[in-house]
Design a protein. Structure first.
Length: 322
């Protein structure tokens, strides 16, 4: 009988609970013992490890966040921290670990595999910045939260012929901003991957009014050079010359909360179960992700040494359709 562990790490993402549930129940179905590690790598280092039964993961799938808790651990970035973590795993007799998380967390997974401990990653972050998965757990829910905000802003913006700037999360990746702009019919989108001058943004807003629109919505990624703070400062400084004011809304962590969508629950269930299958086959040191509409495993070394690219065709499409 095998003993495996599961943890969630980095920014929480709606659907993480469904992934935990899938890991636990797939493991139990194989006759294995599954341990949950609380609070990510921090809990791993301190040995905050509990056995999880099938009933312990009941009623969690419909809840956002993670029942195991998540954390960011500076200590784990050190070799001493990683060695402490492996000692804890060994002392519990845990033979393999499933790490549910994003870019940083999977870098941590890779470090553990380099030290000889078998790990399988599960692609989970609202940022969708993880190489080795076309879409990651939490993206769909976060995108729908952002979209609802755009729809609401449009209503009040139209009543007052106003221009709004909505900043969405994504760290240094523009995926969420681009998709929010595309699905929300925004007048402009500002991404970390595509440089844009604030005066060009002003032109896009003026164009929208010239086209007869009653509002202008600009979506900005938090990681863009001109994020909400810098862009609004620029617009304030040049308000007189530009001829309009820009009101700002920052969505922030609201995007990470909420009930996981059906898509995220299903994706998480498949990837969580897939991770356990990988361990069973002895195929560790990989990230389980969703590639070309099916489950796939990419070596962690490849995952951490590649940067996911934004789809330039979609950037163009968003411009054409505004
Ligand atoms: P995410 O996984 O959502 O991208 P972070 O980037 O904050 O979130 O990473 C989560 C955790 O993963 C960090 O707090 C740290 O413990 C671990 N981690 C990140 N980068 C590294 C690294 N280079 N080496 C080892 N562990 C890392
Ligand atoms: O990685 C997920 C994410 O929500 C990013 O979009 C954002 O930049 C970051 O986490 C925020 O981190 P924290 O929750 O530590 O403020």
């Amino acid at each position: 009988m095998k003993k495996i562990g599961v943890l969630t790490s980095g920014g929480d993402a709606p659907g993480m609970n469904a992934a935990i549930r899938a890991v636990v129940r797939t493991g139990i179905a194989k006759g294995w013992t599954v341990y949950g590690v609380k609070n990510g790598y921090a809990g791993l280092i301190s040995g905050n490890i509990i056995p999880l039964g099938a009933r312990d993961v009941g009623g969690i799938m419909q809840r956002g966040g993670t029942m195991l808790g998540s954390a960011r651990s500076e200590e784990f970035k050190t070799i001493e921290g990683q060695r402490k973590a492996i000692r804890q795993l060994n002392s519990h007799g845990i033979e393999a670990l499933v790490v549910i998380g994003g870019n940083g967390s999977q870098t941590g997974s890779f470090k553990l595999t380099q030290l000889g401990f078998p790990v399988v990653g599960v692609a989970s972050t609202i940022d969708n910045d993880l190489y080795g998965s076309d879409i990651t757990i939490g993206v769909d829910t976060a995108l729908n939260v952002a979209l609802e905000a755009v729809d609401r802003l449009k209503v009040t913006a139209s009543s007052h012929q106003r221009a709004f700037l909505l900043e969405v999360m994504g760290r240094d990746c523009g995926y969420l901003a681009l998709m929010t702009a595309l699905a929300g019919g925004a007048e402009a989108v500002i991404l970390p991957e595509v440089d844009i001058d604030p005066d060009d943004v002003a032109d896009r807003i003026s164009e929208a009014y010239n086209k007869g629109k009653a509002h202008a919505i600009v979506i900005v990624a938090e990681g863009a050079k001109y994020n909400a703070e810098r862009l609004s400062a620029y617009f304030k400084e040049h308000e007189e010359r530009l001829g309009f004011a820009l009101r700002v809304a920052i969505l922030g962590h609201i995007q990470r909360g909420g009930t996981p969508s059906a898509y995220d629950r299903i994706l998480a269930s498949r990837l969580g179960a897939g991770a356990v299958e990988m361990i069973d086959k002895g195929n560790t040191g990989v990230l389980v992700g969703w590639v070309n509409s099916k489950l796939d495993a990419t070596p962690l070394e490849v995952v951490v040494s590649n940067k996911k690219q934004i789809d330039r065709d979609l950037v163009q499409l968003a411009e054409i359709l505004d």
